[in-house]
Design a protein around this ligand. Structure first.
Ligand code: DCS
Length: 284
């Protein structure tokens, strides 16, 4: 039997029901997180929960839980579901109210939902790399909020899927922003580059771990916007996310990315990333 969190209760997952007038269901009025679990332990849990609080605050949802309470609830859920290798999905919406665009004036309780999923590491893709397409970034201007409104991301990802590709690399005009569900990195002459964490991208937790690993290991790194030309001229390209980790990109729109194989800096970062997982969660 699997369990889920609904508000502050852990209940049978099949019993977890949300009202049709939940604002998350009707407006996407909420935010979420995806947290990785390795060896039964959460990876970068604090970073995810801090971002969760920040995303919530940025849309005016005050979390009725402290980070400690959330951690405790998620730990309990993970134990009850005996999750060893997988993800925890966590979301909060503004709550249930008669459908009307403005925020309800009466006090409503935000709806908190969490559940777990068993997900293996994408070991094969991590070894061989993945293919991608390019697509115009048609999202709003607050991509730093991990909002439930993922329609533009879904359209981009669907386009990639229809081409048999793993990810869609989004760009605003000439500037590369991020993937539909990942951050994008290039390597040129040994320097790692990725879009600065501003309103146009999600400040990825995996991205921040990678930046930190670069600094600690004397790998040159620049957080700055790079262009489609720089992407095409890059020595190496990779993407990063909670579920995809440090994923080599070997093809973009049917053309080779770099020399069409996972590059040495990408490989090094994969190695360092695994060491970081093992430091936090034990040997893989
Ligand atoms: N950019 C976007 C648009 C994302 O949706 C994600 C993660 C990232 C970047 C990478 O962020 P993290 O490193 O913090 O994961 N998307 C999550 C998702 O929806 N599924 O898995 C990860």
């Amino acid at each position: 039997m699997k369990f889920a969190i609904l508000n502050s209760q852990i209940i049978e997952r099949s019993e977890a029901r949300v009202d049709v007038e939940d604002r998350g269901y009707q407006f996407g009025d909420g935010v979420y997180e995806v947290i990785r679990v390795y060896n039964g332990r959460m990876f970068t849990a604090n970073e995810h929960l801090n971002r969760f609080v920040k995303s919530s605050a940025s849309i005016g949802i005050t979390l009725p839980y402290t980070i400690e309470q959330l951690t405790q609830l998620l730990e309990e859920l993970k134990e009850k579901n005996n999750l060893q290798l997988g993800t925890i999905y966590l979301q909060i919406t503004r709550g249930v109210a008669p459908r009307n665009h403005p925020f309800p004036t009466e006090e409503i309780v935000p709806t908190l939902v969490a559940y777990t999923k068993e997900v293996g590491r994408p070991v094969e893709s991590l070894a061989t790399g993945v293919t991608t397409i390019l697509t115009e970034d048609i999202r709003w201007l607050r991509c730093d909020i991990k909002s439930l409104n993922l329609l533009a991301n879904l359209l981009a990802k669907q386009k990639a899927a229809e081409e048999g590709c793993f990810e869609a690399i989004q760009h605003r005009g000439q500037d590369v922003t991020e993937g539909s569900s990942s951050n994008i990195f290039i390597v040129k002459n040994g320097t790692v580059m990725t879009h600065q964490s501003d309103n146009l991208i999600l400040k990825g937790i995996t991205k921040d771990v990678i930046l930190d690993l670069c600094l600690k290991n004397n790998i040159r790194v620049q957080e700055r916007t790079f262009t489609l030309d720089e992407l095409a001229q890059a020595d190496e390209v990779f993407l990063a996310s909670t579920t995809a980790e440090v994923m080599p990109i070997i093809e973009i729109d049917g053309k080779k990315a770099g020399d069409g194989q996972p590059g040495p800096v990408t490989r090094k970062l994969q190695e360092l990333f695994v060491q970081e997982i093992e430091r936090q969660c034990g040997n893989l």
